[in-house]
Design a protein around this ligand. Structure first.
Ligand SMILES: NC(=O)c1ccc[n+]([C@@H]2O[C@H](COP(=O)([O-])OP(=O)(O)OC[C@H]3O[C@@H](n4cnc5c(N)ncnc54)[C@H](OP(=O)(O)O)[C@@H]3O)[C@@H](O)[C@H]2O)c1
Length: 238
């Protein structure tokens, strides 16, 4: 399936993997709409994409905002939800409220977005959700994030059955160099990337474009559903 003239909504499209996916989809002639909470980030992303795409400021965790968003957008072809956050912490030291916050944001945000977006999707369209490597590889400090990501993987596979013929797939990134890690000091971040690169079979961490390639593939391939695409340079193998 070609993406030319297809209407694609990317929630999380103002940064990182979502922004790279938006750029690639625009390059393929798609009519892309990007959504995130911050109007400033959306304006900046639109400039970077360099095309007159539509932008909407909305919070994926807010049911009213998602309902209003999709009413405004109307029918469309592909929904991609890259919006999400990651928090880590030792199990015994993490407050339950913080663990709930992560579910509220990354799990319930994607759930709500899909719930309000899917009724407007064309039958031959697709949904792409975002999980992450810690769902599939246990790591110290990621009990909650691992559970959130595993829940999304399961949600995607169940929805692939329930919503068929709409296709539903999940991308699971590994360590990807995106603004989500800008909270770390640059020197510390680079050290972390170099350390990971030494351990990974492909000797590098990922870039947003690596993962955006999977997003494009999942929208285009009309015989793929219920799939979990692992974009992590072999991280589960080490
Ligand atoms: N980067 C990695 O190493 C990595 C690893 C594993 C999994 N992942 C997953 O991959 C996905 C994309 O990550 P990324 O690194 O590209 O993240 P990113 O660069 O931080 O971008 C996240 C995007 O989501 C938007 N967003 C966040 N919360 C939102 C909300 N409640 N409603 C609407 N928009 C929201 C942000 O914009 P606003 O702030 O304007 O809302 C931003 O556009 C996430 O699900 C992440 O957990 C990433």
């Amino acid at each position: 399936m070609e993406l030319s003239n297809k209407k694609i909504v990317i929630v999380g499209g103002s940064s990182g993997i979502g922004l790279a996916s938006a750029k690639k989809a625009v390059d393929q002639g798609a009519n892309v709409i990007i959504v995130s909470r911050s109007s400033e980030k959306l304006d900046q992303a639109k400039k970077e994409i360099g095309s007159d795409i539509a932008t909407y400021a909305a919070d994926m965790t807010d049911e009213n905002e998602m309902e209003e968003l999709f009413t405004k957008i109307g029918s469309f072809d592909h929904l991609v939800v890259t919006a999400g956050t990651a928090t880590y912490g030792n199990f015994l030291e993490t407050e339950v409220s913080k663990a709930r916050d992560l579910f509220d944001h990354k799990f319930w945000g994607q759930y709500i977005t899909a719930k309000y977006g899917v009724p407007y999707l064309h039958e031959e369209g697709s949904v792409t959700l975002f999980s992450g490597v810690v769902a599939f590889k246990a790591m110290v400090g990621s009990a909650v994030l691992g559970a959130v990501n595993a829940s999304i993987a399961n949600l995607g596979q169940t929805l692939a059955l329930e919503l068929a013929p709409i296709r539903v797939n999940v991308v699971s990134p590994g360590i990807i160099d995106t603004p989500s890690r800008y909270g770390m000091a640059e020197a510390e971040r680079n050290e972390f990337y170099q350390d990971m690169a030494k351990q990974l079979p492909l000797n590098r961490v990922g870039q947003s474009e690596d993962v955006a390639d999977s997003v494009i593939y999942l929208m285009k391939n009309s015989f793929v559903t219920g799939e979990i695409v692992h974009n992590e340079g072999g991280h589960r193998l080490i």
